[in-house]
Every structure is written in structure tokens, then in C-alpha cells.
Ligand binder design. Structure first.
Ligand SMILES: *Cc1c(COP(=O)(O)O)cnc(C)c1O
Length: 362
């Protein structure tokens, strides 16, 4: 048993999720790009996604893709954050395709690809209102398209794509997907050929498939959450495609103190260590446990889901978590380990924290 805090990864469950999502994509003629940024690009997870049919391994961070490739995984790598111009060389070296929105960067990639004797593929991003990355005006998009297609010998225009549901929290409606398709059509007109990919977003675009109103031209999705965690679509995902487990990843924390204490702080209340004003409910004296990990390790305490239904998270500081164990199902003692299921945000932090061990369970 490795030390705590740790995250366990249930490989069987991850494989089931990957099979299900791949099945969904295959049956709808969609290329599945498996996004691993949610678990800090754990190479074993990337391997499972690739084995179950992901045609690309994708991450927003080049460092993760590099780590995965160095582990001997040769599935094509996709960089899904616009490359920094300063990482043009490494982008060409470690990835096969990247999402882009700036000609300056694409020209730098072209120069690097020439040096490395490679052809690097790009998907041009269009912003449909979520207001993160992507071209806003058609004219600028088409200028970029022409330059890539006709002037840059070492960059291949593989497609157009969009991202929704991030900054602007914009829903991937049928209308947004149709807008993306019409962008693809004007691009295809300019270059006189079909694009390989119309890349319609991530997990938040899956409802279009489920509700059967995804335009047939959208032929790639870049999916992370649905395969790693599957909480976003929990209530709507159809069983016919297979099962999705929500507990591939679990967080395990060790108990360092157990005491009966008041639930309402004693003294004059100011703000906590992070400058936040918290509210406290007075529930009298209750038994609680202190766990050896905190916000640094998982981000948001209120999003942790204790597997013991009688345990509740009361609060946390940087390095400590306080849980109410008055009504716990199990008898809890010093040195015991409490287990939590995670939200996406918890998963991102926990798998990135230096102090949290990763244990692969095969
Ligand atoms: C994170 C990300 C995805 C994957 O999103 P999920 O919600 O995890 O499926 C897809 N595309 C881009 C550009 C992203 O940044």
C-alpha cells in the first residue's frame, strides 16, 4: 500500500468508459480524440484510451504529450491549447496536429516543420461565442486558410474546429454546430477540397449525438470529461452505447486527528487563510476528523464526495481537510484512510499535486 494522499486509477473502469465513448463515436462516424489533461496526462490512461480506439491523444499541455510519447505511446498527439510561439519547435517535435488561431504561430510552426523535415497538421479554431480561442471574422479566417493552403509547404490544413462551454459557458446547440459546418463549407470552397475534420468540441457536444441532431459533417470530437469522469452527462447518457463509471479516480486521505469539537468557531470571526469569509453552521459538539491533505491537493473541498455516506466535508485549508464523522457508517480511527470520489476540478488538481501519489489499479 503506497502512502497517502493518493489517487487510485481503476484501469478496468477507465477501459469500460473508453470503450463506451469510442463506441458512441464509431457508430456516429466521429473521430474520437481522447483528451487526457483532466488527469495530468497519466501515460497509462492515455494508453488505455488509445487501445480502446482513440485516434488521437490530446492535451492542452505539451509537457503531458511529451511525457506520454516518451513512455512509448505512438498514437498521434494533438495539442489542444493554441501553441505558444515559443514552443513552436517542441510542438512540431512532439505532436502531429494542433489547434491554432494565429498566423504568426502557424508560420513559426511551418518554419520549424521545414527544419525537422515534417508536415504538421493544424485545425483552425473558430469562435462561435464562447469567447476563448478562435477566429472571430470570416475574412481573417479565410486569409489564414489561403496562406496555409497555398503558401506554407510544411503545414497541412486538416480542418476547422470550435470550443464551447468553457469561458462563456455557451451550450453546444444544434445551431452552433450548424454554424461550425457553414464555416467549414466556406473554407472548403476557398481551398477547392474537402477538409479532413470538422471538430465539434468536447463532452458538451455529446448531447447533440444523443439527441440525434448533430450535423453529419461534424466528424471529430475531443473528449475528456465523459471518458475520465462521466459526471456531466450522468443523467442523459443512453445505456445502449455501454456503461460509464463515475469513479475511475478516487482520492484517499489519512486521518491525523479525531476529536469532539464545537461546529461554530469560538472567538471573533475574520477571514480565513485564503482571504475568504466563510459561513459556519452551529450544530453543537460533533465528532470530526482531520485529514492530511488540503486545497493545494484537490482544489475545492465542497466538491469532494465521501464514499462513506455518513461522512461530510466541513471545510479545508491549504494542507488540512476537516470532515464530520459523527454519523459515519464505519468506525474511524487515527491512521485510517477516508476515500472520496472526485469532481473534474478535484481530479485536475489532485493528479497535478506533487504530494499526491498516483496508484494504478489493473
Ligand atoms: C479541454 C478541452 C477539450 C475536452 O473537453 P472535455 O469537456 O473534457 O471533454 C476539448 N477541446 C479543447 C480545446 C479543450 O480545451
Amino acid at each position: 500500500m503506497s502512502r497517502c494522499p493518493k489517487v487510485t486509477v481503476d484501469i478496468k473502469k477507465l477501459r469500460t468508459n473508453a470503450k463506451t465513448i469510442n463506441n458512441l463515436c464509431v457508430l456516429n462516424d466521429i473521430t474520437f480524440a481522447g483528451v487526457v489533461k483532466g488527469c495530468n496526462g497519466i501515460p497509462k490512461c492515455a494508453e488505455i484510451l488509445a487501445e480502446e480506439g482513440a485516434e488521437y491523444i490530446a492535451s492542452s499541455r505539451l509537457s503531458q504529450l511529451k511525457k506520454i510519447r516518451k513512455c512509448g505511446i505512438y498514437t498521434p498527439m494533438m495539442l489542444i491549447r493554441i501553441p505558444m510561439i515559443s514552443e513552436a519547435e517542441e510542438t512540431v517535435k512532439w505532436t502531429d496536429i494542433s489547434l491554432n488561431s494565429e498566423m504568426e504561430v502557424i508560420r513559426a510552426i511551418n518554419a520549424e516543420a521545414e527544419k525537422q523535415n515534417k508536415i504538421h497538421s493544424v485545425i483552425l479554431m473558430v469562435d462561435l461565442g464562447d469567447l476563448r480561442e478562435g477566429f472571430w471574422e470570416d475574412e481573417k479566417l479565410l486569409n489564414a486558410v489561403k496562406e496555409i493552403e497555398f503558401d506554407l509547404a510544411n503545414v497541412y490544413l486538416a480542418g476547422v474546429g470550435t470550443n464551447l462551454g468553457c469561458y462563456g459557458a455557451i451550450s453546444a446547440t444544434e445551431e452552433k454546430m450548424q454554424q461550425l459546418v457553414s464555416k467549414a463549407k466556406i473554407v472548403e470552397e476557398v481551398i477547392g477540397r474537402k477538409l479532413d475534420y470538422v471538430s465539434g468540441g468536447g463532452t458538451t457536444s455529446i448531447p447533440r449525438i444523443i439527441e440525434k441532431d448533430m450535423p453529419k459533417e461534424v466528424n471529430m470530437l475531443r473528449i475528456g470529461e465523459a471518458v475520465l469522469l462521466g459526471r456531466d452527462l450522468k443523467d442523459i447518457f443512453p445505456k445502449e452505447y455501454g456503461k460509464i463509471h463515475n469513479d475511475v479516480f478516487k482520492l484517499h486521505l489519512e486521518v491525523i486527528e479525531i476529536k469532539d469539537k464545537p461546529t461554530y468557531p469560538v472567538g471573533e470571526i475574520i477571514c480565513d487563510g485564503f482571504g475568504l469569509h466563510n459561513t459556519y453552521e452551529d450544530r453543537g459538539i460533533r465528532k470530526r476528523a482531520l485529514l492530511a491533505a488540503g486545497k493545494i491537493d484537490y482544489g475545492f473541498p465542497e466538491m469532494l464526495i465521501p464514499t462513506d455516506k455518513g461522512v461530510s466535508v466541513v471545510g479545508a485549508s491549504s494542507d488540512h481537510t476537516i470532515v464530520d464523522i459523527e454519523d459515519s457508517e464505519a468506525e474511524i480511527a487515527i491512521g485510517d484512510i477516508l476515500t472520496f470520489e472526485l469532481s473534474y476540478a478535484n481530479l485536475v488538481y489532485a493528479t497535478s499535486s506533487e504530494d499526491v501519489e498516483i496508484e494504478i489499479i489493473v
